[in-house]
Write a protein that binds this ligand. Structure first.
Ligand SMILES: NC(=O)c1ccc[n+]([C@@H]2O[C@H](COP(=O)([O-])OP(=O)(O)OC[C@H]3O[C@@H](n4cnc5c(N)ncnc54)[C@H](OP(=O)(O)O)[C@@H]3O)[C@@H](O)[C@H]2O)c1
Length: 298
């Protein structure tokens, strides 16, 4: 189901973005990796090509919306479609009361404004597509779900990003429902055809992934020095991203993490802002009870 699809992955040259990109490529998706540093992009391209994947690279900064729009338009023009946008690029930085506010705001602009602006642009751009559905998978963080220490910039950015994406989804829903009501009023649609029509008109779909600490290459040093605890494997995060994109998860909002005594757990959060924090509606799945973080260091 991912064969012959076209995906753009921001922050695709390393870490979680690279993991998702190479998994998509291994399943037959043509992937476009976006990041700033050409050298790292070239290395990533080589690795995916060696695995037999179809891959292209584009150097850009996600905070420059005009260059991101140009990339999207070029990819769409070259392929006649865009199926997946992995809205992944972001970075954690510890920020406390001693951090100058301008630095905090810069991080909010990077971790919230840029991915939100991208999702906003993509929603407007692709909402009236006739054939393809664009799936936007945003890589958020556990910081969107809980208050974390030294998180003055990162925390509000990730929390705000989730809120912003819910608002975008809501606007798309209102627009679709308005169109359906109009079609019913004009006798073009029957009441019982509503659900199917809704599906036809839903050309942009949102997916959000909330990882706890992940054992990416960059994080390994901090893990080794025990500066961060309980990392989850990159593989488990990537598998969850792929299951989200394949609509195999019960909800479109999934937290993934390692919990001592339990193993690697997926937490399915309701993809509806009214129920998002409703404990009775949140479910869990233990995906790897045998995972031991220490094995990552071997
Ligand atoms: N790793 C974790 O433990 C963890 C946990 C929870 C959530 N997350 C989230 O997962 C996402 C990916 O994190 P990661 O740890 O995998 O990151 P990473 O290993 O640091 O990789 C970051 C990627 O983003 C690119 N990038 C950075 N700034 C960019 C910019 N301004 N424009 C375009 N590309 C840019 C980097 O390449 P260039 O530097 O060359 O641009 C690189 O490809 C982030 O949103 C992060 O908040 C990570």
């Amino acid at each position: 189901m991912l064969e012959n699809k076209v995906a753009i992955v921001t922050g695709g040259s390393e870490g979680i973005g690279f993991g998702i990109a190479s998994a998509l490529a291994s399943k037959g998706t043509r992937v476009y990796l976006v990041a700033r540093t050409l050298e790292k992009l070239e290395k990533a391209k080589e690795r995916i090509t060696q695995q037999g994947g179809k891959v292209d690279i584009k150097s850009a900064d996600i905070t420059n919306i005009e260059s991101m729009k140009e990339i999207v338009e070029n990819v769409y023009r070259d392929n006649g479609r865009l199926d997946i946008f992995v809205n992944n690029a972001g970075a954690w930085k510890g920020q406390s009361l001693d951090t100058p506010f301008d630095d905090i705001w810069k991080l909010v602009e990077f971790d919230m404004k840029a991915p939100y602006q991208l999702a906003h642009y993509l929603s407007s751009r692709f909402r009236s597509e006739k054939e393809n559905t664009l799936k936007i998978l945003t890589v958020s963080s556990q910081a969107a779900l809980q208050v974390m220490d030294i998180g003055l910039g990162y925390g509000p950015a990730k929390m705000g990003l989730t809120a912003g994406l819910f608002h975008l989804e809501n606007e798309l829903r209102i627009e679709i429902e308005g169109k359906i009501d109009e079609e019913i009023k004009r006798g073009l649609l029957k009441e019982e055809e509503k659900e199917q029509r809704k599906e036809e008109l839903s050309r942009v779909k949102f997916y959000r992934l909330y990882p706890n600490t992940v054992a990416t290459e960059k994080m390994m040093e901090a893990i080794r020095k025990n500066q961060v605890q309980n990392p989850v494997s990159l593989e488990a995060v990537v598998n969850t991203a792929i299951d989200l994109l394949l609509d195999k998860t019960p909800t479109r909002d999934v937290r993934i993490g390692y919990y001592p005594g339990k193993g690697i757990v997926r937490t399915y959060l309701p993809s509806n802002p009214d129920d998002f924090y409703h404990p009775a509606k949140i479910t869990e799945e233990i995906v790897d009870p045998d995972f031991i973080p220490e094995d990552l260091l071997k």
